[in-house]
Ligand binder design. Sequence first.
Ligand code: ARG
Length: 271
Amino acid sequence: MKKLKLVLTMVTAAFVLLLTACGTSETSGENGGKSEEKTLRVVTDAAYAPFEYLDKGEVTGFSVDFINAVAKQAGYKVKIENVGWDPLFVEIEGKTADLAISSITINDKRKKTYDFTVPYFLSTNKIMVPKESPIKSAGDLKGKTVAVQNGTTGQEAVEKMFGAENKNLKKFENNNLAIMELKSGGADAVVADNTVVEEYVKNNPKDNLVVIEDTNAFEKEFYGVLFPKGSKLRGEFDKAIKEIMENGEYAKVYKKWFNIEPDLTDIKAQQ
Ligand code: ARG
């Protein structure tokens, strides 16, 4: 009888231990400070100021501060590496990186291969041209040489208007090369995300460029953080993104880069 009691006590004790162990591992992600913070490998294409670009060899920009804030909220550390645009998709598909942040527009085509977080930024394509250009709308791009970054929604939008076989479309590995082509006269226009071309025009007044908006031709787009399909981290990052939009951290980062309060109406409506 005594022996049975002992065995029972031991079994109960083991059971209690097991439950406690499960409990900690489940909550350790939330209160990141308690457990050792895991460092995640983040890939980007750092040629898209002010979102992600190189400053003295360091990847910097809105996206960097944003992903650091999100990761911190979720209980992780991140190490960001500039691998380039096409390679970042290869890395995420091959799961050699944990996530990518690169002003990546959420769309159905990409959703087939990758997972996205909830939206965190509103964007639209716009046209950048020389001040004296006759181009005043997207329709005016017909027959003109347009420079875009290969594999972007800017390329897609131009192809949708003038066909994928369009010989006047010049595709570049990164957006800075597309801008250089415009400046050297090799292209009549660049189509890229509004914030990027607007920032370029503002910072380079001597280039005499202007930005044209065309809401009929270019849709609203939303950026998301890119994950391998089925990544378990995605849910934690969704939660953290929503949290920093509530607790003021997102606004802090936004104000640092854009000097104004963020308008989260459209973004929240999409979440
Ligand atoms: N938002 C556009 C897209 O997703 C362009 C993003 C380009 N990003 C970059 N880091 N070069 O296609």
